[in-house]
Design a protein around this ligand. Structure first.
Ligand code: ZN
Length: 355
């Protein structure tokens, strides 16, 4: 039995039309001193149609949860930003209140130094999930611990513990990690949730494809000295990752930064300028995932780009407007239309796909 928990989310084509009438969503974000990493991520989220509708129609107000350390404030501030970006009243806005709130909970985001947009996104997702979390009624008693469910489903319900949020529903998937003893073939599987997949790039390649990176991420890895529960000895084992749950919005990060082995003492970060080819339409994830719920075909709608080095870099976002069907470049306070042919570049750092 596959457990299906229905979360009623009030979004429809009418809401998209309503947004179109009210505003444009083509509003820039002022740079408050090295805040382009934050601006880039906000614009990617601001082009996630269901999330925009959820914030703009006020439904999020029913879910604001004050029982965690951020007390609902991060979600409230992000909602205020999204509503302003879609109000059609401004060419660009400043996000001081959101930045102050974020800085209260994570020191690194308080100062005027450049930060990593991937780190910001990952933390922001966790905060938003907690800030917008609500309890769901399981369809029958004790379903959260029901033994009949497949292991991946059971692990998912143990993880969510009957707490839902739109952010969890949209962005979170699940990875199964299997370790197999080379000698006796004993297996052990664990499950982890993710809000984005963070992929290594093939070593020393000037060009590669997203599929190459996914294959590298999911390929067998030999681990020595695994405590095999059957052999009761340390054995060589093979570890394999599989995607056991695909989210409706799949976020993929490329690990371009690495510590140069020759300069590891000084902790100097280098950046791989690899050109990664990725599909704008019809990314087929079925070959990269176990048979799991959800549609395996994805289309790209946003990219967070990084230019330059880690210390002295700049971030922009390329986003496809769900209203106009065209691509736009969001470079802090400046928003310009770009041809789809410009979306793929060696600056691509985080990809946002929707099924
Ligand atoms: Zn063994």
């Amino acid at each position: 039995m596959v457990l299906k928990v229905k979360v009623r989310l009030k979004y429809s084509h009418n809401h998209i039309v309503w947004l179109f009438k009210r505003g444009r969503g083509l509003t820039g974000l002022k740079n408050l001193g090295n805040t382009c990493y934050m601006n880039s991520i906000i614009q990617c989220l601001n082009n996630t149609a269901i999330l925009v509708t959820y914030f703009c129609n006020g439904q999020y107000l029913e879910h604001v949860n004050r029982s965690h350390s951020t007390r609902g404030a991060i979600a409230e501030e992000l909602a205020a930003v999204v509503r302003a970006l879609w109000s059609g009243q401004y060419r660009f806005i400043a996000t001081k209140d959101l930045r102050n709130e974020v800085g209260k909970h994570q020191r690194a985001f308080r100062g005027g130094e450049q930060q990593d947009s991937h780190e910001f996104l990952t933390i922001l997702m966790d905060w938003l999930h907690l800030d917008l979390q609500f309890a769901i009624k399981p369809p029958q008693k004790n379903v959260c611990v029901q033994e009949g469910l497949p292991a991946a489903e059971r692990a998912w319900h143990e993880y969510t513990r009957c707490k839902e949020s739109l952010v969890l529903r949209l962005f979170y998937g699940q990875i199964r990690s299997t370790v197999r003893c080379v000698r006796c073939a004993e297996r052990s599987a664990t499950y982890d949730s993710f809000s984005n997949l963070s992929l290594e790039l093939p070593a020393a390649a000037a060009r590669c494809t997203l599929q190459d990176c996914l294959n590298l991420y999911l390929k067998d890895e030999t681990i020595p000295g695994w405590n095999c529960p059957k052999c009761k000895e340390k054995r060589d084992a093979v570890k394999k990752l599989d995607i056991s749950r695909l989210p409706p919005v799949l976020v993929i990060h490329f690990k371009r930064f690495y510590v140069d082995p020759k300069e590891y003492m000084s902790n100097t970060y280098r950046k791989k300028q690899t050109y990664i080819d990725f599909p704008l339409e019809e990314l087929d994830m079925s070959q990269f995932s176990l048979h799991c719920p959800g549609n395996p075909m994805y289309n790209l709608y946003a990219v967070s780009n990084h230019y330059g080095s880690m210390e002295g870099g700049h971030y922009t976002a390329y986003c496809k407007s769900s209203v106009y069907g065209k691509w736009y470049k969001y470079d802090d306070h400046v928003v310009t239309e770009i041809p789809a042919s410009e979306v793929k570049s060696s600056a691509a750092s985080i990809l946002f796909y929707t099924s």
